[in-house]
Write a protein that binds this ligand. Structure first.
Ligand code: FMN
Length: 137
């Protein structure tokens, strides 16, 4: 089946555990319905999310997400057809960004603007590799 993979970055607005839980609840409920899988890397200063699934559903989810006031400065980084999912088992994996992603100062110095789409996808491939043996949600 042909799939679309979309990755965007945004700036959390009002980031705390309760907000994050609410986002993940919405995401997992809808994504199960829409055959979307993916991962949300989140930290005080960044959301970096990968969505993959049927094109229509992924674009519709991104439309809703773009209008969500729980984040700002939403910027699409990657959008392309793919044959395989990276996060096949995960309606939305949540990962608190640790040292393996860019630091806050690297980000403010434009690390993401200088990264190629391949490098950005690699962040998620590494994440999937790290969680391979963890039970999925
Ligand atoms: C950082 C972030 C990530 C989100 N991820 C998803 C997602 O993967 N799928 C989804 O359907 N909604 C996601 N949402 C929620 C949507 O913006 C929106 O609130 C939701 O899709 C509306 O669902 P409803 O129509 O069932 O109320 C996300 C929101 C934020 C702020």
């Amino acid at each position: 089946m042909d799939l679309t993979r979309l990755i965007y970055v945004s700036q959390p607005f009002g980031f705390d555990d309760a907000i994050l839980s609410g986002i993940l609840l919405d995401a997992r409920k809808n994504n199960k319905r829409d055959s979307i899988t993916g991962a949300l890397v989140c930290r005080q200063d960044i959301y970096l999310q990968l969505l993959e699934g049927p094109e229509t559903e992924v674009l519709a989810a991104f439309e809703r997400i773009s209008r969500d006031d729980r984040h700002l400065e939403i910027r699409k980084l990657v959008s392309r057809p793919v044959h395989d999912r990276i996060f096949g088992d995960w309606a939305m994996l949540h990962d608190p960004a640790k040292s393996w992603i860019w630091t806050q100062s690297e980000l403010s110095e434009g690390a993401l603007d200088n990264a190629t789409p391949e490098e950005i996808e690699k962040v998620f491939e590494n994440l999937a590799e790290r969680v391979k043996n963890v039970s999925s949600v």
